[in-house]
Design a protein around this ligand. Sequence first.
Ligand code: ADP
Ligand code: MG
Length: 249
Amino acid sequence: MLKINNLTKRFGGLAAVNNVSIEFEANKINAIIGPNGAGKSTFFNLVAGAMPPTEGTIEYQGMNITGMACDRIARLGIARTFQTTMLFEESTVLDNLIVGHRLRTQSRLWDVIINSRRLRDEEAKCRARAQEVLDFVGLSHIGHRITADISQEEKKRVAFALALATDPELVLLDEPAGGINPEETENLAGLIRKMVDHGVTVCLIEHKMDMIMSLADKIMVLDHGEKIAEGTPEEVRNNPVVIEAYLGS
Ligand code: ADP
Ligand code: MG
């Protein structure tokens, strides 16, 4: 699904991601862990095309997507959520999803001018899809509510729904369980499993070790931009280098 070769991103003198190579398989939950500043979010930024790498290549489903623009990468089926959930707080949950979907499938201006019927069809499709993903994340009953009034966990679910709206094959989740309690975290983990059951491949950054260890098929450990370990939760947990650099600290 994803094959990363010698990926490096430098910001001035700092190598935020340093010569990382890794493969993530389809239909699995792949996790990335590591201390703050290890380069995890930068890694996602590179895969999603938010910024070009300094060196190295990114292959997605056998395609070289290195340096491609983020909207093109999104259309190829890679979606993401951000560490800080960004929603229109004053709008309803459903409107957040409709706007998000519209931004991602935006018609060209010419279509808007000459083909308003097609636009109306798209509008209806957006709305239907928004309702569908809201259903999938278990929030069909709160579509009409103002986003500012829903719980933190519900906002996380809305962010998942936003990512799923474009029907992606690979979803990058950046610390989805930040700021929610253990029970909510368990619920969210269930939703991540459900995504994989429906054929989505997940790549997950998370600090909550219990969640990672029970959820992940494969873990990559980053430290100071470098991959210091990869393997199953069992392998990573027992890796002395990891214990030294991360778990023990
Ligand atoms: P993590 O997500 O693992 O906490 P990040 O990928 O956010 O780490 O950051 C890795 C390092 O790269 C940090 O030292 C951070 O300050 C730096 N960094 C991240 N993004 C940028 C940027 N756009 N410009 C300059 N430095 C950055
Ligand atoms: Mg981060």
